[in-house]
Design a protein. Sequence first.
Length: 399
Amino acid sequence: MSADALPLDGVTVLDFTQVFMGPSCTQMMGDYGADVIKVERPGTGDLSRTSFPDPDGRDGLDGPIFLAINRNKRSVCVDVRAPEGKEVILRLVRTSDVVVSNFRGGVMERLGFGYDDLRAINPRLIWASGTGFGTSGPYSHKGGQDVISQAYSGVMWRRESPDLPLSVYPTPLGDYTTGMHLLQGVLLALLSRARTGEGQKVEVAMYDSMLHMQMQEACAQLNRGYEVNWASMPLSGVFPTSDGAICMVAAFKENPLRAVCAALEMGEDLSLREEYSTMEGQFQRRPQLQAVFRQHYATNTTAHWLARLEEQDILCAPVRTLEEALADEQTAVNGMVVEMDHPDAGTVRALAAPILLSGARMNVRQAPPRLGEHSSEVLREHGFDDAQITALMQGGTLQ
């Protein structure tokens, strides 16, 4: 692979996705070379263009939520429900490698863009769909959404202690995990097509992705009938310090409690007490241990305790804000922030793709597109002449 080549160079993706799950998948494909053609509805486009309040934004300007997950894409704004718009899509399908959507099950079929419809036009096509619950079963009619998937899958139920209130995990685990599973499915299908010459259907459900995230917990439940809760480990937790908070995970050692006691300058090795000498005893008396830890951590600074814990080779970290993490030297060294020149927003900073390849590196070839920015350009590439494009725009099918 040449220095300028990317793994997905030459792959054309017709992208019907919106919000987060689907766009996170297609942006990663674009980051590594695919030509991603984002199909959007006239007038509004992707819901994430305007779905989150952006008090500092200018009227009509796409906010950070959209800008975060739509670089390296070209926007074609077309009314796919109009006969002329449907014909536009079918012409694009003929030369596309992948079609990706994240509508409810059955929507693409009702639009005339189901797998069988498009396979008849292009047998090499990979047709990928991300849904909330799948295309059959009692929940298949329901819309998929990150928080709903947390609740249905059991993720929301587990928390550090049963006396804590149930709550929403504030980062969209379901959307991101499902988007990455959808990406994996597309890449697997591309590998298969390289051998067979045939495309295939790829389906991923957010419900399944959230269950799969809990594979260890599920195996314990299915085979032993007990619950695994990593947040309730007796020698792990988050503890306030005199100037902040620290996270400790005391594990992977022969006697982690002894190491914790030494780090906290307790003057006593609690693991020598009979009630704390076994892991079972530590689990049973977790509240007592955690109270002791909290008492000691509160007496000094986060930096002090980090140094002490690291001396004992105990996993630890300061509890930081996202702002602090973004400003960290490690973030810069890892190249995790990229800059894009946007024609309206100016310089936009966003997170880079986290996959490092020795033979290629993601690059920003296209800032997140304005709505319909590439409609004419893409149609010309697919054989439409200027008169046809003008007629489609005047008729309201194309924007």
